[in-house]
Design a protein around this ligand. Sequence first.
Ligand SMILES: Nc1ncnc2c1ncn2[C@@H]1O[C@H](COP(=O)(O)OP(=O)(O)O)[C@@H](O)[C@H]1O
Ligand SMILES: [Mg+2]
Length: 211
Amino acid sequence: MAANPIIWPTRLFITGTDTGVGKTMVSAILMMGLNGSYWKPIQSGLEEITDTEWVQGKTGIPKERVFPETYRLQRPLSPHASAKHEGVRIDLEAFHLPDVDPSHHLIVEGAGGIMVPLNEQHLMLDLMKKLQLPILLVARGSLGTINHTLLSLEQLRRHNLDILGVVMNGEKNPDNRQAIEYYGNTQVLAELEPLPELTIRSLKEAFLKYF
Ligand SMILES: Nc1ncnc2c1ncn2[C@@H]1O[C@H](COP(=O)(O)OP(=O)(O)O)[C@@H](O)[C@H]1O
Ligand SMILES: [Mg+2]
């Protein structure tokens, strides 16, 4: 459990230092723990199970608490490239935060990391600036994470985004945690370890254990 109880904002944007770092996993755990709703504004890649389908399947939350993606793009590429393949231009104006009861939690999951391009002009960062939600940064636990995490934090700060903290995912690494907190001047909210099974119950338990 974190040293101080986490005050969870009712709106939260989950980004990561990379793709495959655990954003969807953390989203699912928070969905269970906070009884929230989920929105993935841009899904790049439709051949495999989408993040929205995965979250819904694993958490078993009712369909009305999962909002449709604004852009569903076929190829598993950076959004700008995937959109271009289908002759689509991702338009920042198209994104509108779902209308959820203000007392209810809404978890928004980005695609890739902060500097992923959306079109010839905008990055994921610009969508984050538009939405103005507190940011939770998911990072790996392993070697290389300090650099990626500090770079991401620096960029968020440069753009005056509100950082809730970092979740480290993978085998625990206390030295990396300490370095991220010290050099990144932030709080590591949780060190999520590999979960042996993924069920509604284990996701709920993970929330109670790690957050
Ligand atoms: N703590 C964990 N325990 C078990 N599997 C995990 C954990 N974190 C991530 N995974 C698995 O690793 C893969 C990538 O994670 P995912 O959450 O989809 O990353 P992202 O959303 O950042 O691309 C998925 O198959 C996911 O189920
Ligand atoms: Mg994901």
